[in-house]
Design a protein around this ligand. Structure first.
Ligand code: TYD
Length: 139
């Protein structure tokens, strides 16, 4: 089974500095390696909440802390890495077949996710043991 965590990386997004307020923009297939098919966001997250707890078979995502901060634990079935997100101009790219968990949400935090495909429950691995079996099958 080959490591996959290295394909997950922080992407620094363009920033237009302005005394009136800064601006960041994202163009699919230019600043991130996929075309954007869906955007969703987590907000009003109660303190101590955990989200995620699944992997995607084919979906690519970019996760951004639009406000506040939270942690993403990435797991490729071999090793785990904890990433802290707290900047609205920096996104975490997550490739397919990565198990992820989100926790440590600060109060008022907003997690925005850009996704490469529309919502499809069949794309989810929601059981860690089944995910591991699939990871070993893929190699
Ligand atoms: P889920 O992806 O499990 O949330 P998280 O990873 O943030 O914990 O989704 C939670 C619920 O929302 C689940 O019932 C599916 C639904 N959902 C949609 O209908 N469309 C979407 O684009 C997403 C991301 C989730």
């Amino acid at each position: 089974m080959k490591p996959l965590l290295d394909c997950c990386e922080m992407i620094d997004l363009p920033r237009i500095h302005d005394p009136r307020g800064n601006l960041t923009f994202i163009e699919g297939e230019r600043h991130i390696p996929f075309a954007i098919e869906r955007v969703y966001y987590l907000y009003d997250v109660p303190g101590g909440s955990e989200r995620g707890g699944h992997a995607h078979r084919g979906l690519q995502q970019l996760m951004i802390a639009m406000s506040g901060s939270f942690d993403v634990v990435l797991d490729d079935g071999i090793s785990r890495r904890r990433v802290h997100l707290n900047r609205s101009y920096r996104g975490l790219y997550i490739c397919p077949m990565i198990w992820r968990e989100l926790d440590n949400f600060s109060s008022g935090s907003v997690c925005m996710v850009l996704a490469s495909q529309r919502y499809d429950e069949a794309d989810y691995h929601r059981d860690y043991e089944t995910y591991l079996v699939d990871r070993k099958r893929i190699g």
